[in-house]
Design a protein around this ligand. Structure first.
Ligand code: PHE
Length: 466
C-alpha cells in the first residue's frame, strides 16, 4: 500500500507552523538592533514595504513549489520536470544541514540561561553579578555548552519523532500562543517603566539624520527579512508539501509575513526602551544610542538590565528566556523537519530512521561549534571559530539559493506554474503581473545585491557592515 503524505490538519495549522519557523532569534536579537541603528521608524517602514512585496513573492514561490511537488526541497525540483535543476534541491538542503547544528548550540545557550533564571526566580539563587564574565565562562567551559546543546536537540527530536500532525502541530499550538502572550506582557511591562517613553520615541520616530546611506537601510532590511522569513532553507518547500490543495497559498503567505513582522516590531518594544533607559548600552553613535545585536544583546546586555530591575528582575529574566527558548525551539523544529523529510523522500526510509540520522549529524557537527570557544578553541576556519564560520558561509549561501530559485521559476519553469498552483484553491489570483515582474527581474537583482553586500561584509570591503 502506498503511504499517503502527511498533511497539516488545516490552513491555520500550516500558517502557525510556518510562522513558528519564521519567528526566531532573528526577530528578537537582530531586528531591534537594526531599527535602532538605521533611523527607527524609517527602518520599520522599509522593512514592512519589503516584506509585503519581495518577502511575499518568495514565500508564495517556495510554498507553491512544495505543494505542487509534494516533496521536500531535495527532490521537489526533479518532480517539477527539470531534473537538471536537482542540484538546487541539494543546495537548499545543504543550508539547513549546516545551520541546524550551530543553531542548536545557540539553543543550548538559551537553555542554560533559561535554567539560570528559573533558579534565581524560583529558588532564589543569586544571579551572576557580572553577566559578561558568566557568558564567557559558560561558552568556554569544557562540557556545559555541549550538554546544553544535547538537551535542546533532544527536545526538538522528541517533537519531530511524533510526526507532522501529532508532533509539530501540537507543539506549535502551545508554544506560539505562549510566546505571543509573553512578548505582549513584557512589552506592556516595559512601557510602564519610568523613562520608557523616550525609548519608544527613539524606536518609532523616523530619524533621517542617521540614515546617511539609503542603500544600507534597504540592504539591512532585506537581509533581515530573508533570514527572518526562513527563506531559501528548504523549510517553506517542505512545509508547503504538507499543505492541503484547497487552502490558499497567497492568503497563508500574507498571514505568515504579518505574524513574523508583528513579533519583530514587538521585540523592539520589549528591548529598545529598557536598553536605552537602563543600560544606555553602547556609546552614542552618530547621535543615536547604539544597541548591540545577537549574543551580546541577549546574553550580556539584557541580563545586566535584569539585574537593575530589582526584585522583578529574575522573574522578567525568566519570562524573557522562556520566550526566547520557545522561539528557538520552533525554528529548530522547522529546520529539522526539512532535513528529516529530505532523507525520508530521497531514501524512502521510515521517519524514525531519518530522525536518527539527522539527530546524529546535528550532535556530531554541533559538537564542533559547541567546543569551539572552549576545549577546541585552537580550531579555526579562516581564522574564525567554527560557529562564526558556519554562520558566515550560510549567510552567503542563502542568497545564492534564493536567487537561483527565482531564476528557475522565472525563466525555466515559468511563473505560470506557480500561479496555477495558487489558483488550485479556486480563488482568483489578482497579482499575476506583479508576480511575474518580481520573480523574473526585481527579486533576482535585489537578492544579488544582498549577496554582494554579504561578501563585502565578510571580506571587510567598504563600509558595508550591516
Ligand atoms: N527565521 C528564524 C529567525 O528569525 C531563523 C531560522 C533560521 C529559522 C533558519 C529556521 C531556519 O530567527
Amino acid at each position: 500500500m502506498k503511504k499517503t503524505r502527511a498533511s497539516w490538519s488545516g490552513s491555520v495549522a500550516f500558517v502557525l507552523a510556518a510562522a513558528a519557523s519564521a519567528i526566531g532569534l532573528g526577530n528578537l536579537w537582530r531586528f531591534p538592533y537594526l531599527a535602532a541603528r538605521y533611523g527607527g521608524g524609517i527602518f520599520i517602514a522599509v522593512y514592512l514595504a519589503l516584506s509585503l512585496t519581495l518577502g511575499f513573492v518568495l514565500l508564495v514561490t517556495e510554498i507553491a513549489i512544495g505543494r505542487y511537488a509534494r516533496q521536500s526541497q531535495l527532490t521537489a525540483f526533479g518532480v517539477l520536470g527539470h531534473p537538471k535543476w536537482n542540484f538546487l534541491g541539494v543546495l537548499a538542503t545543504v543550508v539547513p544541514l549546516f545551520i541546524l547544528p550551530y543553531y542548536n548550540v545557540i539553543g543550548g545557550w538559551v537553555v542554560r540561561y533559561f535554567a539560570a533564571y528559573a533558579g534565581t526566580a524560583f529558588a532564589g539563587i543569586a544571579p551572576a553579578a557580572d553577566p559578561k564574565a558568566f557568558f564567557d565562562a559558560f561558552v568556554a567551559a569544557p562540557w556545559a555548552p555541549f550538554v546544553a546543546m544535547c538537551v535542546f536537540t533532544a527536545a526538538v527530536l522528541a517533537v519531530i519523532v511524533l510526526g507532522v500532525k501529532n508532533g509539530i502541530e501540537k507543539a506549535n499550538l502551545v508554544l506560539v500562543p505562549a510566546l505571543l502572550a509573553m512578548a505582549i506582557a513584557l512589552s506592556v511591562y516595559v512601557a510602564t517603566l519610568p523613562g520608557a517613553g523616550a525609548g519608544i520615541r527613539f524606536y518609532l520616530v523616523p530619524d533621517f539624520s542617521s540614515c546617511d546611506n539609503v542603500g544600507k537601510v534597504v540592504l539591512g532590511a532585506m537581509g533581515q527579512m530573508f533570514y527572518s522569513l526562513s527563506l531559501a532553507m528548504g523549510i517553506m518547500i517542505t512545509y508547503g508539501s504538507y499543505m492541503r490543495r484547497r487552502d490558499s497559498v497567497p492568503k497563508a503567505a500574507v498571514r505568515i509575513v504579518a505574524a513574523d513582522t508583528f513579533v519583530a516590531i514587538l521585540s523592539g518594544f520589549m528591548i529598545i526602551p529598557v536598553v536605552v533607559v537602563f543600560a544606555s548600552a553602547g556609546a552614542a553613535e552618530g547621535g543615536r544610542v547604539a544597541i548591540d545585536a545577537g549574543p551580546g544583546l541577549m546574553f550580556e546586555t539584557l541580563p545586566k538590565v535584569f539585574l537593575s530591575l530589582g526584585a522583578a528582575g529574575p522573574w522578567i529574566g525568566f519570562v524573557f528566556f522562556t520566550l526566547v527558548l520557545f522561539a528557538a525551539l520552533t525554528s529548530s523544529i522547522s529546520m529539522t523537519e526539512a532535513l528529516v523529510a529530505a532523507v525520508c523522500d530521497f531514501f524512502k526510509t521510515s521517519r524514525g530512521k531519518s530522525v536518527a540520522v539527522i539527530g546524529a549529524w546535528t550532535v556530531a557537527l554541533g559538537a564542533v561549534s559547541a567546543f569551539g570557544y572552549g576545549r577546541w578553541s585552537s580550531l579555526k576556519f579562516f581564522s574564525l571559530p567554527p560557529l562564526d564560520f558556519f554562520d558566515t558561509s550560510m549567510n552567503i549561501l542563502t542568497p545564492i539559493v534564493a536567487a537561483l530559485i527565482c531564476v528557475f521559476v522565472g525563466w525555466i519553469l515559468s511563473p505560470k506554474r506557480i500561479l496555477a498552483e495558487c489558483q488550485r484553491s479556486g480563488e482568483r489570483v489578482g497579482f499575476r503581473l506583479f508576480y511575474v515582474i518580481m520573480v523574473r527581474f526585481v527579486a533576482p537583482i535585489l537578492i544579488v545585491a544582498i549577496l554582494i553586500s554579504e561578501v563585502c561584509r565578510c571580506l571587510k570591503i567598504g563600509g558595508w557592515s550591516i
